[in-house]
Ligand binder design. Structure first.
Ligand code: MG
Length: 395
């Protein structure tokens, strides 16, 4: 689906209607402080961060590495306020439009950014708005979710294939699971799909089953829940063979078994319902999401959790979608892989809209970024109450 079509279909059905081209005076009158701040200048900055360990292959993509960079946009006002957020280099092409404008002419609580403001400014403007109004972002939205939400580790990869793990085999994966458990996670998302690229087909399927069984056996006394993600590398038959292979091990969700497809999805859902996986969620819509198809599959009770990326879709579009999903009783867990800024943005989304059964946790460390106060205790992450998104740049 074309993006324009998507945004129309997403926003057209919400209570708030389309993203406005201009805010009414009545809307603006509620937050006069936003009109006192005019955008003085912007900066696009590259920041360093790293994952706590080397991250290996998933079913589809080769080694992910450890040391990473991300691009953020800082937006300053003539009153000395500054907000920042995940962005991209191309933001430089769109910042001229906001220069000299009042913040209240670009963004409003609950509505988000104007249709004419580029998506690359979305997160920085939300942060700035929260800082000016001295409120965490989630309190400026619907505020219908919960502050503490189950959060899973999304960092259990095909780590037996990492060069340094040649002699360790599955023990390398179990060590990573133990690290994530000690860090506070009580859900582990395990990458599977070895049958696609990295192993002969049958050997890959057998290894996927062996890995999940080993993790279950190692953590079964500690109430750890397992999610699996094939990154679209399974067929329907592979998915059934995998689920048969793990037997009665409970799974929290099955993610991207294959590219979303109405017929295959329905067959999988029926098979899962008849074979002991009726309580396991089917999550999809991450890679090249087919939005309308996913919504149809969700209405048909085939797809349970919609996964489109928090940055890729944008915060304002997710706000519009969150209202619609809540009215239609569809769950979501915006994709966060890459960095913890995204995990924390989703904490605000979840606190505002609810309907998030679990959040993707991407553990990150950085000398350039203070990721704020979002404690992870017994598997639940609590949203920060600091103004804006509550994170800061250290360099
Ligand atoms: Mg995934």
């Amino acid at each position: 689906m074309q993006r324009r079509q998507f945004i129309k279909s997403t926003t057209g059905l919400t209570a708030g209607g389309l993203i406005p081209g201009i805010f009414s005076e009545a809307t603006k009158a509620q937050y006069p402080e936003l009109d006192k701040h005019k955008i003085s200048h912007t900066e696009v900055v590259e920041l360093n961060y790293h994952w706590p360990r080397f991250v290996g292959k998933n079913g589809r993509i080769d080694f992910h590495g450890q040391d990473k960079k991300l691009i953020v946009l800082k937006i300053h006002t003539d009153q000395g306020a500054m907000g920042w957020g995940l962005s991209q280099k191309e933001a430089e092409n769109h910042t001229q439009f906001v220069s000299g404008k009042a913040v209240g002419d670009l963004i409003q609580p609950g509505t988000g950014i104007l249709a004419s403001v580029d998506k690359s400014l979305d997160f920085a403007l939300h942060d700035l708005m929260g800082i000016i109004l001295d409120k965490p972002v989630y309190q400026l939205l619907d505020n219908k979710g919960t502050k503490a939400n189950t959060t899973y580790s999304g960092m259990i990869y095909l780590d037996e294939l990492n060069p340094e793990n040649k002699t360790k085999g599955i023990d390398a994966i179990l060590e990573n699971c133990a690290w994530d458990y000690d860090y506070g996670y009580r859900q582990l998302k395990v990458k599977i799909g070895r049958s696609g690229r990295w192993y002969p087909h049958e050997a890959g399927l057998a290894k996927d089953i062996e890995v999940v069984k080993a993790i279950y056996d190692a953590f079964r006394d500690r109430q750890v829940e397992i999610l699996v993600d094939s990154n679209d590398m399974y067929s329907l038959d592979d998915t059934k063979a995998f689920l048969k292979g793990i037997g009665d091990i409970p799974l929290f969700w099955v993610e991207e078994p294959f590219t979303e497809d109405a017929r295959l999805g329905r067959e999988l859902r029926q098979w899962m319902n008849q074979n002991g996986f009726e309580r396991t969620y089917y999550a999809d819509g991450e890679a090249r999401p087919q939005f309308e198809l996913c919504m149809e599959m969700a209405s048909d009770k085939v797809l349970d959790v919609y996964l489109e990326d928090i940055y890729g879709l944008g915060f304002t579009n997710w706000m519009k979608l969150g209202t619609r999903l809540r009215s239609e009783n569809i769950l979501a867990s915006p994709h966060a892989w890459g960095n913890m800024l995204k995990t924390h943005y989703i904490c605000h989304y979840a606190a505002a809209y609810g309907g998030v059964p679990t959040i993707e946790g991407v553990t990150c460390l950085s000398d350039d970024i203070d990721f704020g106060t979002y404690p992870l205790v017994d598997g639940k992450k609590t949203v920060s109450d600091a103004p804006g998104f509550g994170m800061s740049i250290l360099k």
